[in-house]
Design a protein around this ligand. Structure first.
Ligand code: UDP
Length: 335
């Protein structure tokens, strides 16, 4: 299968590109490298550096390009930034995504796998979260992802698109060989922040909220290994039928608290990782974890990494070998 991957130089995208190549697929990546990293793109894929907003570029690549499907990762994904700059999020995540749908229609490509998010559920009715629960996002980021899900459903009805929305929980970990991993600037995610403390790049970690209605008072999330997310994408694109919309929650089904993550990181790194209790972060639901039954039964997917320590250990292999991420300094520091 020949697959066009937008955002294939980013964190989840680069792991999916590698999984596609490993499965024998032919991959072309489109990335503007604003957040992604050229070094993250598998050498077997062709990288086109350009903008999703460049409709002529899309037509040039897609029309007559022989593509069977598209995986669409390119998006902005910082919840706090989306609150401050909603226009930027609607432009990147909705307008550009709708342009991609139109380009797919012109190129007659009918398979799409889209990076959606558990943020489309907002404060869920219950946990674990099933796909049929009400989607009521509580921030612009979640709303832009939900808007694209609706645009996909309408394209399914209007011109026969076949589309899958994979609603990710907390992407974490890194490739088993430690060669690609998470590198965001600025970093806002818990696991990389905790590991930066272990690398002595930060003095400590703040625990945002210790008075939540959860067993230890801190927020509970479902940390899904990025390679398990990648395998879900490969299964989804391979099984996609035209004129069909599907949505799947992609998580382990297990919740882990902030304190448990810090504890796992202490075990993995041997560093004491000082932690300080801090006020709640605005917009954080107390508890989010998936019911992954639907993707397990319909696509035969199951996560390989169920143990949080092994996911944190995978992230640690990446961060400790690349203390400055993909930047040139890291290459000097890498063994
Ligand atoms: N968190 C924290 N300290 C940090 C970063 C995150 O306590 O420095 C908490 C955050 O409040 C949330 C959980 O860790 O409950 C996961 O946050 P992250 O930003 O990694 O992912 P999110 O669930 O927001 O997508």
């Amino acid at each position: 299968m020949k697959v066009f991957v937008t955002g294939g130089a980013g964190y989840v995208g680069s792991h999916a590109v590698r999984a596609l190549c490993d499965a024998g697929h032919d991959v072309v990546v489109l990335d503007n490298l604003s957040k992604g990293h050229e070094q993250a793109v598998d050498g077997r894929a062709r990288l086109v550096v350009g903008e999703l907003a460049d409709v002529e570029l899309l037509d040039r690549e897609l029309i007559g390009g022989g593509f069977d499907g598209v995986m669409h990762f390119a998006a902005l994904a910082d919840v706090n930034e989306s609150v401050r700059c909603p226009g930027l999020y609607y432009e990147n995540n909705v307008v550009n995504s709708v342009r991609l749908l139109a380009a797919m229609e012109r190129a007659e490509i009918t398979r799409l796998v889209f990076s959606s998010t558990c943020a489309t559920y907002g404060e869920p009715e219950a946990c674990p979260i099933t796909e049929d629960m009400r989607q009521q996002p509580i921030n612009p980021y979640g709303r832009t992802k939900l808007a694209m899900e609706w645009a996909m459903r309408d394209a399914v009805d209007a011109w026969g698109l076949g589309a899958t929305a994979l609603r990710y929980f907390n992407a974490s970990g890194a490739a088993a060989d430690g060669s690609i991993g998470e590198d965001h600037t600025p970093e806002t995610h818990l696991i990389p922040i905790v590991l930066q403390v272990a690398l002595e790049q930060r003095d400590g970690v703040k625990i945002f909220g210790t008075d939540y209605p959860t067993p230890d008072g801190t927020c509970v999330r479902d940390y899904i290994h990025v390679d398990d997310l990648a395998s879900a994408h490969v299964l989804a694109i391979e099984s996609q039928k035209p004129s069909t919309f599907r949505s799947y929650n992609v998580g382990t089904g297990r919740g882990t608290s902030v304190r448990e993550i810090i504890e796992a990181a202490r075990t993995v790194t041997g560093h004491p990782i000082p932690a300080e209790e801090a006020p709640r972060r605005a917009g954080d639901p107390p508890k989010l974890f998936a019911d992954p039954t639907k993707i397990q039964s319909e696509l035969g997917w199951s996560p390989v990494h169920m143990d949080i320590e092994s996911t944190v250990a995978a992230a640690w292999r990446w961060h400790s070998a690349h203390p400055h991420g993909f930047s040139p300094a890291s290459q000097e520091a890498a063994p």
